[in-house]
Design a binder for this molecule. Structure first.
Ligand code: GDP
Length: 138
């Protein structure tokens, strides 16, 4: 089990001024921020990042949303990192997310759901490398 995961504080969170609140939740759970950047995803970057979803009916909308404004991307470290971040994020659909989760408190819809978190150690590694050189992680 790896101790790293990857997160995106999504455009809806940044737009609403919730970046600080979302990242505070993450830090309060003991995650160390190894690397952090503000980024405006290009269409190519968003399509590449979400390539696994390209056959899904919502792919076009997802790309449009993820390129609709700046995001913060971060590499995180903690024990049981992938599973723990997923737990504090909550379900994809904020209306179905548990009370006290980030998506329940800050998400707007199944699409505009405040935060991304890697779903496996393998994807965490790929997603971190998508945005960071190893030398940028400290
Ligand atoms: P996650 O791992 O919980 O982020 O969920 P998925 O990997 O299934 O989906 C990736 C992202 O696509 C989600 O976080 C949402 O932003 C978006 N998404 C998922 N399901 C839907 C849907 O049914 N409709 C729309 N418009 N977007 C969705």
């Amino acid at each position: 089990m790896s101790n790293r995961t990857f997160t995106i504080v999504k455009p809806d969170s940044v737009r609403k001024g919730n970046f600080g609140k979302v990242i505070s939740r993450v830090e309060a759970e003991g995650f160390k921020i190894l690397g952090l950047k503000k980024a405006s995803l290009s269409q190519k970057q968003a399509e590449g990042f979400y390539a696994v979803h390209r056959e899904r009916p919502f792919f076009k909308d997802l790309v449009k949303y993820m390129t609709s404004g700046p995001v913060y991307v971060a590499a995180l470290e903690r024990d049981n990192a992938v599973a723990h971040l997923r737990k504090i994020m909550g379900a994809t659909d904020p209306t179905k997310a548990d009370a006290g989760t980030i998506r329940k408190d800050f998400g707007e819809s199944i699409e505009q759901n405040a935060i991304h978190g890697s779903d496996s150690d393998e994807n965490a590694k790929i997603e971190i490398a998508f945005f960071f050189a190893e030398s940028e992680l400290m």
